[in-house]
Design a protein around this ligand. Structure first.
Ligand code: CO
Length: 346
């Protein structure tokens, strides 16, 4: 039996205070809990038969349905047992970040949702761990909150991959990453607020096309902006969704770096030089893609992530790695748990 640690999963508290009433504004997230109809009947989304569910709202707009695994630790543990997941790391979803709000409001939200995450973990039978969120639009406030969260028991921090037009090579973001490096706080980078919103609004292309492009952009900006040259190599940083389009297009990047001086940015070395400075999760849903990641990154730089409990996550958590035809058992165990246990000190 393989030990299994899932580093990429999300939570919502069952409820939280009315942020619109507290701060004003018409786009705050909240949950509209729905009466639970019989399985497969009524308004229960087909993918959540028999579970309590809620509509995630943004102001008065329906954002998407979610179900009780988000907020109920017992449901989560039951589904982890079903799939053979020993430990899971939970993080907020980007809709809770509030990066576009005044700093004090975002800091308030960070504390609110960070404390709520610890409440869920407290019911997790020592199998649930949490990543904090921070008000990334303000670096001092972010450093303050991430250190507070660490003292409360968070095992790392999740950040959105950009703040407005600022990429990962933004001086403030790099200052925050350096703070995390110095305090031994692992960082998980999650795409959000996807590019080309008007052209990706149909067919969930924001998730299937925008998110991988965002993550590629983040890794590239971190490399070419000199981020890895400037931030201490103690930094533990992991990018979501297998790094998006990054690994597949690394050859194109290296080629540009060698043949066009302006494509080098501030980086001292070609992009492929920096592969030992970061980790990727394995949420790629395809064995050939996983093989490419193992080949490019090495098996010690990949960690199992499911994106549970959402429909675009791995429906049977851990199966992609467990059934990978070209992975040795030793490497499967690295990906499924060992790398994550070392990365997050759990
Ligand atoms: Co996710």
């Amino acid at each position: 039996m393989m030990n299994v640690v899932d580093i990429h999963s999300h939570f919502f508290p069952k409820s939280w205070e009315n942020l619109a009433a507290k701060f004003g504004g018409d786009d705050w997230p909240w949950l509209r809990h729905e009466e639970n109809p019989k399985p497969n009947q009524g308004k229960t989304p087909k993918q959540y038969p028999g579970r309590d569910w809620a509509m995630l709202m943004k102001g008065d707009k329906e954002f998407r349905p979610i179900y009780s695994a988000c907020w109920d630790a017992s449901v989560r543990l039951e589904e982890m047992d079903r799939d053979g997941v020993d430990k899971q790391i939970i993080s907020a979803t980007p809709i809770l970040f509030a990066y576009d709000k005044p700093v004090a409001q975002a800091e308030y939200c960070a504390q609110l949702f960070n404390d709520a995450a610890m409440d869920i973990c407290a019911q997790g039978d020592n199998r649930l761990f949490a990543l904090a969120q921070v008000p990334l639009q303000d670096i001092d406030a972010s450093c303050r909150e991430v250190s507070r969260a660490k003292s409360c028991g968070h095992v790392g921090v999740q950040i959105g991959n950009h703040v407005g037009d600022n990429n990962m090579d933004d001086a403030g973001v790099l200052t925050f990453l350096q703070h995390c490096a110095e305090q031994d706080i692992p960082v998980f980078v999650h795409p959000w607020d996807m590019m080309a919103a008007n052209r990706t609004k149909d067919y969930m292309m924001g998730w299937t096309v925008g998110m991988p492009a965002e993550t590629q952009l983040s890794i590239v900006s971190m490399i070419l902006g000199g981020g890895f040259d400037r931030v201490s190599d103690n930094l533990k940083i992991c990018f979501a969704h297998g790094g998006g389009s990054f690994a597949f297009l690394l050859g194109r990047l290296d080629n540009a770096w060698h043949h066009r001086s302006i494509a080098r940015g501030k980086s001292e070395f070609p992009p492929s030089h920096y592969l030992n400075r970061f980790y990727l999760d394995t949420a790629v849903f395809d064995h050939d893609s996983l093989d490419l990641l193992v080949k490019k990154m090495g098996p010690e730089r990949l960690m199992f992530g499911s994106d549970y409990p959402f429909p675009l996550g791995e429906q049977q958590m851990g199966q992609l790695i467990k059934t990978a035809p070209s992975l040795t058992d030793k490497n499967k165990q690295l990906l499924l748990a060992t790398n994550a246990e070392q990365f997050f000190n759990i």
